[in-house]
Write a protein that binds this ligand. Structure first.
Ligand code: PA5
Length: 446
């Protein structure tokens, strides 16, 4: 395996017998998952996805990615939540957060429809001026407001620029196989469509066409990503907590939660992980935060955030635990130069690898935070490859499902997401919401 759990820094917070006590509960959670007997069992398509995916569609994704690479300078990926975070996380993690600024033979990729900001939309429109554009609109329901607005705008832009026929060649739709406005519209217009499987929820969909088409367009080897995920799907099938890193981590985070550690901070030492952290936060936040329960998922990039949130983690409210992603070899090297005059007093570091300084900073920080009362769990990742990332994505999806069941919630629904939508539709005057509108307007007045 490319990833390994190192839990030695939780030993001062979690006793062996506490982990042993969790075994029975983990066995139950495992059965609920494997036998599809738990809540949300209609959404377990991601469990076997790394091998049981649609091979014909996978090949079509690779062909479409090549076509997009050839025909445009910019791919605009329209989607929100689980319909964009996975793709963006993988592209930035494996390529760079500065992907669009790199010298490359693949298109720039911009993400639209993930906010209600006219500034954000106008900026991307301006960047598209004078350049060839393709669009991949992604929405499982096909009715989400933010991407629907953005798609309306970019469809009009493409039709104006290339005509209806030309636009048809540049619009790629990822949605439900049969339901929803977007599916019906795409069929009528003749757009190439890809499927979000019925049994895979948005935040578990990175390894479907939702994530794979933009990822492949960025020139990433999606077969390797799937191979890594497949390896992880085989590695974590034995529910024994002494053998299964994934389940052991799920058990430990639940023990910590029961001791009042209700915030988990995902820490990485690589800026390229920032969007991965966002993907992770959505995965755990939307899956666990319900029924008045849940571990609040937060994230930091160190050492950057050691100069901001580091103070709180070291010394603030002791309701936190940390999960640290430790990538052994990112493939990049940088040697700190010598200054003959040593004006900055840094010559004690001359000739040393920046990676060594980073590793040392991490070791020092882990020990300091543990001393400060913050349990630290390390996830050791061998390298920055598509294969290892595939493993990591699957690892966290499985942790999330088992953790959710240990917490006695349905990890696969998101009832809380509807409340803001209902109020927003009512206040915007959407037909059918008249009564609620009157009530909300009254409350806003007072
Ligand atoms: O994980 C989820 O289910 C959500 O975050 C959805 O992905 C998000 O709300 C977007 O939904 P849709 O793909 O239907 O537009």
């Amino acid at each position: 395996m490319s990833i390994k759990l190192n839990d030695k820094y939780v030993s001062g917070f979690v006793r062996k017998h506490e982990i042993d006590f969790m075994q029975v509960q983990v066995n139950t959670a495992d059965r609920m998952l494997r036998e599809k007997s738990g809540p949300g069992s209609d959404f377990l398509g991601w469990v076997n996805l790394p091998e049981a995916y649609d091979k014909e569609e996978f090949a079509r994704i690779q062909v479409a990615a090549k076509k997009i690479q050839k025909s445009c300078d910019i791919l605009v990926v329209i989607g929100i939540g689980g319909s964009y975070l996975g793709a963006r996380a993988v592209i930035e993690y494996l390529k760079s957060p500065l992907y669009n600024n790199l010298k490359k033979d693949t298109p720039d990729i911009y993400f639209a429809g993930n906010s209600i900001s006219s500034d954000a939309l106008n900026e991307i429109l301006a960047l598209c001026e004078g350049r060839d554009v393709c669009v991949n609109v992604i929405s499982k329901s096909g009715t989400t407001t933010e991407p629907a607005i953005a798609f309306r705008v970019f469809r009009a832009l493409l039709e104006k620029k290339y005509g209806k026929e030309g636009a048809r060649e540049r619009i790629f739709v990822t949605t439900d196989k049969a339901r929803g406005t977007l599916k019906q519209f795409s069929t009528a217009e003749g757009y190439e469509t890809f499927v979000v499987p019925d049994d895979v929820g948005g935040r578990f969909s990175v390894l479907t066409a939702v994530g794979l088409l933009p990822i492949a367009t960025a020139g990433i080897d999606i077969e390797e990503l799937m191979n890594g995920a497949a390896a992880a799907s085989h590695a974590y099938t034995d529910a024994d907590l002494s053998k299964n890193d994934c389940y052991r981590y799920a058990a430990i985070r639940n023990i910590l939660y029961r001791k009042g550690k209700c915030i988990e901070v995902l820490a990485s030492y690589e800026p390229f992980s920032a969007m991965f952290n966002e993907w992770w936060k959505q995965l755990f936040g939307e899956s666990e935060g319900k029924d008045g329960k849940g571990i609040y998922p937060a994230s930091v990039i160190f050492s950057t955030d050691l100069h901001s949130l580091g103070q709180f983690i070291q010394d603030g409210n002791r309701n936190i635990f940390e999960t640290v992603i430790d990538i052994a070899d990112t493939g990049s090297r940088f040697e700190i130069p010598v200054d003959p005059d040593n004006v900055d007093g840094l010559n004690f570091l001359s000739g040393k690898e920046l990676n060594l300084v980073k590793k040392t900073a991490m070791q020092g920080t882990v020990l300091a935070h543990v001393d400060g009362g913050v349990p630290n769990i390390l996830i050791e990742v061998s390298d920055r490859s598509a294969y290892a990332l595939g493993e990591l994505l699957y690892f966290f999806e499985l942790v999330c499902a088992i953790s959710g069941y240990l917490l006695a919630v349905n990890p696969f629904d998101q009832p809380g997401v509807e409340s803001y939508k209902k109020n927003m539709f009512a206040l915007l005057g959407k037909p059918g919401y008249e009564n609620l509108r009157a009530e909300l307007e009254e409350r806003l007045k007072n």
